[in-house]
Design a protein around this ligand. Structure first.
Ligand code: NDP
Ligand code: GDR
Length: 348
């Protein structure tokens, strides 16, 4: 007896997680429909880096999450077993400048897919990419599934709406909707606007003489950073268990942005000395006294999430998932990859 392969839709395949998840699902024998937005120049560099773009089981489909009709048509056409909703306006900083767009994409976009499932086939399993940003001004340490939410940005508020709608469709219509509350996860495929990749790419450029100084915002913010490739495995596991649920995915370790800066420079052979405070803080190369890092308040946010640290005990117990890569190894992997790319003359 032959078992037909399962079919999955991954929204946001051009993003970091979309690329890693597509790679994982293809390895597992899925037929994958990866959605991307129409733009004047499409950007497939991540799936190209992973070498999955030419896989015969990967189908790239143009789709915008904000279009309900397109969501229904997509499901009717593809008839998926699983949907992973990773598409979003995902940059917290930008969400303060574009709150309405963020609400439409990051919040209502998820509801378009939930509605499409409700109207076409309630057996489809749905994963919603929720976030530790929903905890925002944290009400408990560490944060776990029952910690009260307090979002601090339009992005966090939009994600919280999508999270509750996933829970609501689960309870109202018996739809298999699971929500993964993932803490920050990084990789060499991270966008350069996010702080870790901004740092590792800048360290590579400084090392190669292509940049003098790295400018950053709040160095005191603390984050629980894990490796993206491992986090997409948690998403897949959430859709394989018997009942839909909500899971925190995190490492249970938190460090400041300043710590990550030190770690990244160390991976390229520098020791830093931090001097000054707040807006006037700088970091010098201990060997030469040259200023390599400077705080620039233009990168501050109107409201900040100061401290995130997640407890992944439930994911470990019910999904058999736990993080494997240390922050030091992750940081080094990113710096080495950015050094390679910058030496070869390209860096996305
Ligand atoms: P990215 O920003 O790298 O990717 C986001 C994806 O969404 C891109 O493919 C983007 O397309 C797509 N997208 C944006 N707007 C639309 C739209 N209107 N219609 C269709 N697609 C759209 O994010 P990540 O891969 O890092 O994150 C994946 C998801 O997980 C996001 O929802 C994010 O908010 C969430 N998340 C991420 C965490 C992290 O630490 N990385 C932690 C917790 C949650 P394009 O390339 O065209 O911009
Ligand atoms: P975050 O990630 O907001 O946690 O959202 P980001 O890397 O943008 O910021 C992390 C922390 O670093 C501080 N910071 C800076 N951030 C950026 N981007 N640029 C800077 O120059 C800078 N200097 C200091 C920020 O203020 C913040 O405190 C990410 C996204 O992937 C979301 O989509 C996801 O939901 C959450 O992680 C979990």
């Amino acid at each position: 007896m032959t078992i037909s392969p399962r079919t999955a839709i991954v929204t946001g395949i051009t993003g970091q997680d979309g690329a890693y998840l597509a790679e994982l699902l293809l390895q597992k024998g899925y037929i994958v429909y990866g959605t991307y937005r129409r733009t004047s120049s499409v950007n497939f560099w991540r799936i190209e880096e992973l070498g999955v773009h030419s896989n015969a089981n990967l189908h790239l489909v143009e789709y915008d999450l904000t279009d309900l009709g397109a969501s229904i048509t997509l499901l009717q056409k593809v008839q998926p077993d699983e949907i992973y909703n990773l598409a979003a306006q995902s940059f917290v900083g930008v969400s303060f400048d574009q709150p309405t767009t963020t609400a439409q994409i990051t919040g209502l976009g998820a509801v378009n897919l939930l509605e499409a499932i409700r109207l076409t086939n309630r057996k489809i399993r749905f994963y919603q990419a929720s976030t530790s940003e929903m905890f925002g001004k944290v009400q408990a340490i560490p944060q776990q599934e029952d910690t009260p939410f307090y979002p601090r940005s339009p992005y966090g508020a939009a994600k919280l709406y999508a999270h509750w709608m996933t829970v609501n469709y689960r309870e109202s219509y018996d739809i298999f909707g699971s929500s993964g509350i993932l803490f920050n996860h990084e990789s060499p495929l991270r966008g350069r606007e996010f702080v870790t990749r901004k740092i590792t790419d800048s360290v590579a450029k400084i090392k190669l003489g292509k940049l003098d100084v790295l400018e950053l915002g709040n160095l005191d913010a603390k984050r629980d950073w894990g490796f993206a490739k491992e986090y997409v495995d948690a998403m897949w596991r959430m859709l394989q268990i018997d009942t839909p649920d909500t899971f925190v995915v995190a490492t249970n370790r938190t460090e400041t942005v300043r710590d990550f800066v030190s770690m990244a420079f160390k991976s390229a052979g520098y020791e830093l000395e931090f001097k000054g405070t707040a807006d006037s803080e700088i970091a010098l190369d201990a060997a030469t006294g040259k200023v390599l890092v400077r705080v620039n308040p233009k990168f501050y946010r109107p409201a900040e999430v100061e401290l995130l640290i997640g407890n992944p005990a439930k994911a470990k117990a019910k999904l058999g998932w736990s993080p494997q890569t240390s922050l030091e190894d992750l940081c080094k992997m990113m710096v080495l990859e950015d050094l390679r790319r910058n030496k070869e003359g390209f860096s996305f």
